[in-house]
Design a protein around this ligand. Structure first.
Ligand code: FES
Length: 109
């Protein structure tokens, strides 16, 4: 089961084991962690699952490209949109995600 690293806005880091096939959004919400709301349940319609993922990470090379729907929704995220912005509900975990660092924005709402 791959582990991802959650990095909160205050710099706090925590490790989360995620079953392959689960989205990052569902894993964080199910674990009761702060930082992701997931209001729409993963339909790419709310942007409350916004995260930052540095594309220079080796693990990030396996991420799917940003779809047109995700791209449009990221524009409505509460926190600043950056080049590294993603919707975590669109990121389904594979074994290649092992060690992926996922930065959480200061707020989602
Ligand atoms: S959970 Fe709503 S856009 Fe990801």
């Amino acid at each position: 089961m791959p582990s991802i690293i959650l990095i909160h806005d205050d710099g706090t880091r925590e490790t989360l084991d995620v079953a392959v096939g689960t989205t990052i959004m569902h894993a964080v919400v199910a674990a009761g962690k702060d930082g992701i709301v997931g209001e729409c349940g993963g339909s790419a319609m709310c942007a409350t699952c916004h995260v930052y993922i540095d594309r220079d990470q080796e693990q990030a090379k396996s991420l799917p490209d940003v779809s047109a729907v995700e791209d449009a929704m990221l524009d409505s995220a509460t926190a600043e949109r950056r080049e590294t912005s993603r919707l975590s509900c669109q990121l389904r975990v594979t074994e290649a995600f092992e060690g992926l660092e996922v930065r959480l924005p200061e707020r989602q709402l």
